[in-house]
Write a protein that binds this ligand. Structure first.
Ligand SMILES: Cc1cc2nc3c(=O)[nH]c(=O)nc-3n(C[C@H](O)[C@H](O)[C@H](O)COP(=O)(O)O)c2cc1C
Length: 203
């Protein structure tokens, strides 16, 4: 049975293209496999804490020695890690902001990269096993793909591939939506191509 962790990171709501397509992928999956369960996390409309000094000390204190304050500091991180461990498919929608992941997604990364929970600090092996990730990325511009003019500007794909790979998630497929700051006529084939990709994914 599939358990999807669906995450959105756009700051926008109804106008967001990454939310639209990530939502369509989850809906198509549920239609194809009705017993699919879904956990949803809306990073775009949530405050994810930054790494702070107390958080660092809490993270590296063995659970039995943690104070109630430290446990409380780690609670959001633990919850996000639990979600990742429980799901076997990740569907993540996010915009490209200033060539990289949205700041809130970087904060999410800092919450989920946990020694002993999502990676083994002795071996640097990832502990998220047998997961598949689909990453829907919305871009206002274009040319960020391999061999294209702005490939070197694309800090988002290397960030996601490196961090998820480190945590054990090496099976990552991107659904790229480029040139969205354009007319509906320009956008239509871009969204249509994403929908074709979704059909292939769920078939
Ligand atoms: C703060 C900010 C930074 C952005 N930086 C980029 C960028 O570096 N490259 C790009 O192609 N588009 C950029 N855009 C455009 C967004 O990626 C585009 O509007 C996208 O559709 C947003 O995702 P959403 O539709 O899911 O909200 C930026 C938009 C904002 C608001």
């Amino acid at each position: 049975m599939t358990h999807i962790l669906h995450v959105d990171a756009s700051a926008r709501g109804g106008d967001s293209h990454s939310r639209l397509i990530s939502g369509e992928l989850v809906a198509a999956w549920k239609e194809a496999q009705p017993d699919t369960t879904v956990t949803y996390r809306d990073l775009g409309h949530q405050d994810i804490p930054y790494v702070s000094e107390p958080f660092i000390y809490a993270m590296y204190t063995p659970p039995a020695a943690q104070t109630p304050e430290q446990k409380a500091l780690l609670a959001p991180s633990d919850e996000m890690v639990d979600e990742l461990l429980a799901a076997n498919v990740y569907v993540i929608g996010m915009p490209m902001y200033n060539f990289g992941v949205p700041g809130v997604f970087k904060s999410y990364i800092d919450q989920i990269a946990r020694a002993g929970r999502t990676f083994d600090p002795a071996t640097y092996q990832g502990l998220l096993k047998d997961k598949k990730a689909y990453i829907v990325v919305a871009h206002g511009g274009g040319g960020y793909g391999p061999g294209q003019a702005r490939e070197a500007y694309n800090l988002l794909v290397p960030t996601v591939r490196t961090v998820f790979g480190f945590l054990g998630v090496t099976d990552v497929e991107f659904i790229n939506l480029e040139n969205l700051n354009q007319s509906d006529e320009v956008k239509a084939p871009i969204l249509a191509a994403a929908r074709e990709q979704i059909k292939k994914i769920v078939s």
